[in-house]
Design a protein around this ligand. Sequence first.
Ligand SMILES: Nc1nc2c([nH]c(=O)n2[C@H]2C[C@H](O)[C@@H](COP(=O)(O)OP(=O)(O)OP(=O)(O)O)O2)c(=O)[nH]1
Length: 161
Amino acid sequence: MRDTSLVYLLDGAGRVLLGRKRRGMGVGKWNGFGGKIEPGETMRQCAARELREESGITVRPEDLDLAADLYFDQPSDGRWSHGGMVYFVRKWQGEPHLSEEMEPRWFSLDQLPYEEMWEADRIWLPQLLAGKQLRGTILFAPDGDHVIQSIFQEVHLDEKK
Ligand SMILES: Nc1nc2c([nH]c(=O)n2[C@H]2C[C@H](O)[C@@H](COP(=O)(O)OP(=O)(O)OP(=O)(O)O)O2)c(=O)[nH]1
């Protein structure tokens, strides 16, 4: 699968915007906004486009703060393996709205719905929210959903804007 972006809006008042996926991979789960990179795009452009398509929110690609470089490893069917670049953004325009793909909702940072999120997110997302930058691999079980193992390393991520 092509690499994907994942964007979390932070309102600066202790809340993060998540969306409940309404179709496709990870349906029913709360997640950041994102999707597959298109030919000719940078990952930041992909992140801004996917956020706009899925929530109506507009951001400038350079306002995205890179937080993690993840690899979602699906060994039982390598076609589903892909990288995921995770960004936070604190400056945007517009109000989140329901899209065909996502139902948006603000959550308090200390009450994230980890039971209804991808399994390994409870390991890496709190670390990113605490300001760490991570590189990591999440190894999925043959069902493509449960996690067998995940490995993270704190790094300094540098990316051209
Ligand atoms: N937070 C989180 N996201 C994950 C995990 N595994 C995983 O594939 N994802 C994300 C990465 C992508 O944003 C999303 C799947 O890609 P997608 O949104 O393009 O998939 P889709 O089938 O809906 O494709 P599309 O219609 O949007 O093109 O799921 C995980 O463990 N945690």
